[in-house]
Design a protein around this ligand. Sequence first.
Ligand SMILES: [Zn+2]
Length: 513
Amino acid sequence: MILENGIVRTMDASLPAARALAIAGGRIAGGVGVHETALASPEAVDLGGRCVLPGFNDSHVHFPTWALAQRQVRLEGTRTLDEALERVARAAGDVQPGRWLRGMGWRSGDWSPATEPTKEALDRVTGDVPAALMARDYHSLWLNSAALARADGDLQVEGGVVERNERGEPTGVLREECAWHFRDTHVRPTDDEMVEASREGMRLAVSRGVTAVHDKDGWLGALRVFQRLHDEGSLLLRVWQSIPHAQVAEAAALGVRSGFGDDLLRVGYLKAFMDGTLGSQTARMLDGSGVEITSRAELEEIIRRGAEAGLPVAVHAIGDLANRDALDAFEATREVWQALGLRPRIEHAQLLAAEDIGRFAALGVAASVQFSHAPSDRDLADRFWARKTDGAYAYRSLLDSGALLANGSDAPIEELDPWAGICAGVLRTIDDRPPWHPEQRLTLEEALIATTVNPAWLARDERRRGKLLPGYLADLVVLDRDPFELEAEELPSVQVVATMVGGRWVHNPAPWG
Ligand SMILES: [Zn+2]
């Protein structure tokens, strides 16, 4: 197949742009020359002036959770508790007997008057239907009385918080480990539910130019879900899978090392958490506030055991102390993981002390960040991290220090939409307001590298993905215009036209009208 009459952005400095691209047997065959036109009957695709880029790789997705969230009550954008309750009330009638009412997306910091949700408020609109509503950052869970009754008082676990009222009763809000423990014990989706939702989610993701993801739902059984989709032929994109660090012994016993799998689905890395989040005010801070989920010493142990099993570690760290502890742990264990060529990463790296920024590059720890979080979180960050935001979402500073930046969405916290993320990285605003900390803006090329080249490197795929070079897998996206020809403000209007994975159109095959 030859894609011609457009602009091909290879993301490789040796030949950044080409007029055409030849594809043979699932791989890039090269630019178009004598060789390719001499083929018996190449299929020519007229790009009509459109732009071809390497397919987008979302470096941080909770894929089955995101796919399921497409079908749940969504509370994003609610401005009052009552508005949230109205949405829940509308959905409550549709819940089949015996099923849960599931929802997500609330953030009490967005509500005025300021208030925290309660089980009593929820009971009024749900009655006896058990309801579990996850906060937008996934670190708090809002339950009604019917839901709480399922736990029979068994709510408290280490590393978590059960909010209680003045009578000492649970208010209905659980945080951190308590929220996750409840969800995993009582509200866990079945594999069938996840497969069904993810099958549809695949189609939605590729329609947005996604050709690969680094999934974070290993704890939920995502590997089983993706394997079932793979078997039935509906795994449309490539997956680099996390597994929970607590399962490192099982992986080691089986001999499953990083990279095990095939071209589409591979086991990647261990996932761990240092702290909570900005929105729940549980990020672990140098000022002493926040929640510690994993200590520095515990992370060292996780890294060592991961290295023995041949698995790198990706660790969630939001607060400045959580990030420092994580960096300290990677530094203390560097002989172990560096010798094996493992590629560790800190997920989010949201707030960094000035003296820690340069340590990512110095150690060789990647910063797996989410460009769209900066403009989405700006109001909360200005409030909760007042006078500290110089080191918040500091993508430019990280890049200038030599750190490897990989961009993701953290879907369903943000939408799984890489182009929106790229625009957020370049513009640092998603509304009419001026950019937030404009000194941290990235160029379009830098934002694209973080969404194509660098995620492929993290998955050890740098010699076969992330660029449009001869011999590389033909994973690409066709955009309606060449974004490099546009003013930054115009970038959000660019549309994904078509997506190809391994030489096969997975979204909107050519020709295009
Ligand atoms: Zn996440």
